[in-house]
Design a protein around this ligand. Structure first.
Ligand code: BG6
Length: 368
């Protein structure tokens, strides 16, 4: 049932183009974004004035990624919070608050309790979920299903990419309801999202250098990940994958924070993975990342640079260069996450670990 792949994770990484296409299919009818279940009036969506995304693990990272697009498209403030933190503080919630609960399983205890807490406070809850009929969508006011199919590997891959895409759809639905985007603009953004399936397919063909790198890094003690803007949550997700699968100390940092602490960690040979934005569409951020790459390389780090194809400026400072197809800036996480998944799986394989069932982890955590 692994379809010829050595592990479920390898199969699920390869299924990501399909997971994206299936998640998006049928959710835009030419004029409006369509949710799967909507027990909320359009007028209720229109008056939303604040959005929270609550989730755990990779699902939380999917919210961190989508925050940039949702705020940009809707002009609504978006807070992304770990469900386990959200439910034990006193978040400011009212009937005009939308809480987006993201969960692959739909059964994660902390996320479910966050949903219940939000509803008791009168907030509206929209579930982004991969499991039909699970508890979180049952208790929500609206549902958007990710159609990633069953995910067997404990560390999330295709469900994560599908969550990012679904969160973007939520952003487009809100933008349209609020009138910050007209349907022709929504149509263009939806098209761009749909085109990401082919971009991920292309990315998968560029993974040979990543596999080689994975074998080389198997004996490293630690790996750092740096990114900015949407590349920052990608760095966090890359570090999480490495902890989960390779039991290696891994940390993701916002690259702008480098000189406020993390740079003290740099020592000879330390692998540092840098998620670099497009030099063409994000020239200012790109030049800042380029300085970071040079700073860590000058201090002896082994630089692993994930960059857009044809980015000649970073190449001289990359000990390993991993190229990505050119895509719209806000959508780059959908391609940039892929090499980080492959890297973690490859290091785990080289170390002889169980890729589908990492030690101490469960696919769905239904207890606190
Ligand atoms: C963790 C899983 O325990 O739960 C992660 O190992 C997952 O892969 C997280 O991202 C959240 O799970 P869910 O089902 O709520 O998305």
């Amino acid at each position: 049932e692994k379809g010829g792949y050595p592990t479920f994770m390898d199969k699920e990484i390869a299924e990501q183009p399909t997971a994206l296409a299936d998640t998006l299919r049928g959710h835009f009818d030419g004029t409006a974004v369509i949710l799967d279940e909507q027990r909320l009036g359009d007028d209720e969506l229109r008056t939303i004035d604040k959005v929270f995304v609550v989730a755990c693990g990779s699902a939380y990272h999917s919210g961190l990624v989508a925050k940039y697009a949702i705020e940009h498209w809707t002009r609504l403030p978006v807070e992304v919070e770990l469900a386990s933190e959200f439910r034990y503080r006193d978040p400011v919630l009212d009937r005009d608050t939308l809480v987006v609960a993201v969960s692959q399983s739909g059964e994660t205890a902390d996320t479910l309790e966050a949903v219940r807490h939000a509803r008791r406070q009168g907030a509206k809850v929209l579930a982004v979920c991969n499991t039909n009929g699970s508890q979180i969508p049952r208790e929500s006011d609206a549902v958007l299903y990710t159609h990633a199919g069953p995910e067997i590997g404990v560390a999330s891959t295709k469900a994560f990419l599908a969550q990012v895409a679904a969160n973007y759809l939520v952003g487009l639905a809100l933008a349209q309801a609020r009138g910050t985007k007209y349907s022709d603009e929504v149509a263009r953004e939806f098209e761009a999202l749909c085109a990401m399936s082919a971009a991920v397919e292309e990315t998968l063909t560029l993974m040979e250098p990543v596999r080689e790198l994975g074998r080389e890094l198997a004996n490293s003690r630690a790996v750092l990940f740096l990114g900015r803007h949407v590349g920052y949550p990608v760095a966090l997700e890359g570090a999480l994958k490495l902890k989960e699968l390779a039991y290696m100390h891994a940390e993701g940092f916002a690259a702008g924070e480098l000189k406020h602490g993390p740079i003290a960690l740099i020592e000879q040979g330390l692998p540092v993975v840098v998620v670099t934005p497009s030099p063409k569409s994000q020239p200012v951020l790109h030049s800042k990342l380029l300085s970071n790459i040079r700073e860590v390389q000058a201090r002896g780090a082994r630089t692993i640079v994930i960059a857009e194809e044809g980015d000649d400026t970073v190449a001289p400072f990359a000990d390993t260069l991993i190229e990505l197809p050119r895509v719209p800036s806000l959508l780059q996480p959908l391609v940039a996450t892929v090499p980080l998944q492959v890297l973690a799986a490859e290091i785990a394989r080289a170390k002889g670990f169980d890729i589908d069932k990492p030690r101490n982890l469960a696919k769905s955590v239904t207890v606190e």
